[in-house]
Write a protein that binds this ligand. Structure first.
Ligand code: EPZ
Length: 416
């Protein structure tokens, strides 16, 4: 079982580049199922979740070449449109192949993902969407079994905001007959990037990035080329890594406006941050104060940066109230931070963080999910001594060479 050891005390400085977005790459790779032939994707990050997506798409008839972060996908019709349990349980985003398989082949068997560490994460909104577009759906032996002669466009109103649900609806609607209007759609930059690639393939989409997206179905799409948008969560994680050490760094090759909520909150704490078109620069400071955050759908504060921001608040002067508004169980990192000496009181959806600058000391801790593992690495950057973060395979799901990127900024960090 691999782990990462982080020595506390270095003040990070320098410039670090952002990789392509995991949460844009996953739906975009899966959207290739909508068109046979050769798709080319640039700036694809090397991640375990990308490997899992390749395995899933290989099951579904695709072949791959992957070098220098360019991934070429050759798509051909699958022997059978099935996404098996042993693949889906490793990566719940596999549910995103439901829409494309139904739209292309009129049938799909996709395993239910099961729960995950941060919450039950049901897929009821995905299933309801396909029924809305005319599919007949049964749950059989843990699989979603879906059939539709041809999907027919309709009005889809999401009772709750869902990123994946919006992406599944978007992909399915591109080949449905007639017009689909998605209301209460997610506005995340990853949804916009997916829509961008679908339009490259010939889809007719308007309104992506707003809460109403209109899609005119077409009969066929053709493969194209796309450069994946920068990973805003990785960029935010790197920015917080610089901040927690009191260092001054530049995060390059990112989209600053995708991180406006984080930048605003860090400025509220006293950080001095400047941005240009593709980078964010943080000045070194001695101390910062606490502030309150509530995670919310984009453009609100991202739930995927909640754990990392909590680590930063453990070093603030003053108390911070952190509210998790998206997932029902996303405070697993709290007990691990407490083991490092943090003063945090978790209630169900709220955690009170009493800042203690310099109050963390090294310990052996355990990663429980992707963003919690990043949070523990960040805490290790300032904990006195050498912190060992175990089960680091969680980190490798969503961060490309994080220890190399942090080491390039001066962190004492290595993988065991
Ligand atoms: C995406 O997950 C991201 N994953 C998550 O990032 C991110 O935290 C989340 O959006 C919210 O921004 C990918 O894009 C691959 P949702 P997704 O559907 O699509 C409930 C990371 O760390 N819900 O917007 O699964 C759900 O339980 C990951 O990179 C239903 O009830 O999130 C949650 O409480 C973690 N029924 C809320 O909606 C459904 O059918 C938001 O989920 C679907 C979702």
């Amino acid at each position: 079982m691999e782990s990462i050891v982080v020595k506390g005390g270095s003040q990070l400085q320098g410039t670090v580049a952002t990789s392509g977005s995991k949460n844009a790459a996953l739906p975009i790779l899966i959207s290739a199922l909508l068109a046979d032939g050769r798709h080319e994707f640039k700036r694809v990050p090397v991640l375990r979740d990308i490997d899992s997506t390749e395995q899933l798409l290989t099951e579904l008839g695709c072949r791959f070449e992957f070098e220098d972060s360019t991934l070429t996908v050759h798509v051909a019709p699958p022997k059978s449109p099935v996404a098996p349990y042993d693949l889906v349980r490793k990566m719940r985003a596999s549910i995103l192949c439901l829409g494309p398989l139904l739209a292309r082949y009129g049938e799909a068997r996709v395993s239910l993902p099961g729960g995950c560490a941060i919450g039950s994460r049901p897929v009821d909104l995905h299933v309801q969407t396909m029924q809305r577009l005319g599919a007949e759906i049964n749950i059989d032996e843990g699989y979603v079994v879906a059939r539709a002669k041809r999907l027919v466009g309709d009005r889809i109103l999401f009772e709750r905001l869902t990123v994946g649900g919006t992406e599944n609806a978007l992909m399915a609607a591109t080949l449905a007959k007639g017009t689909t209007v998605i209301e209460n759609a997610a506005k995340e930059p990853e949804v916009v990037d997916l829509a961008r690639y679908l339009k490259t393939m010939g889809a007719r989409i308007e309104g992506e990035g707003s809460s109403v997206i209109t899609i005119e179905g077409v009969d066929e799409l053709t493969p194209g080329t796309h450069t994946i948008v920068a990973d805003r969560i990785e960029a935010g994680t790197l920015l917080i890594a610089g901040a927690i050490t009191g260092g001054g760094i530049t995060v390059a090759d990112c989209v600053p406006e995708h991180l406006q909520a984080l930048i605003d909150k860090m400025r509220e704490c006293g950080f001095s941050i400047t941005t240009d078109a593709s980078s964010i620069t943080l000045d070194a400071i001695e101390l910062w104060t606490g502030t309150d955050i509530s995670t919310a759908p984009y453009p609100g504060f991202p739930t995927d940066l909640q754990a990392q921001f909590m680590a930063l608040m453990t070093q603030a002067h003053g108390t911070s109230v952190i509210t998790e508004g998206i997932f029902e169980n996303r405070f697993m990192h709290v007990q691990e931070l407490v083991r490092l000496g943090a003063d945090i009181t978790p209630m169900s959806q709220v955690a009170i963080v009493r800042g203690k600058p310099g109050g963390l000391s090294a310990a052996e801790v355990m990663a429980t999910d992707l963003r919690a593992s990043a949070c523990l690495v960040l805490a290790g950057l300032v904990a006195e001594g050498a912190t060992r973060v175990n089960r680091i395979y969680h980190l490798d799901r969503g961060y490309e060479k994080l220890e190399h990127k942090l080491a390039s900024l001066g962190a004492g960090i290595s993988r065991m």
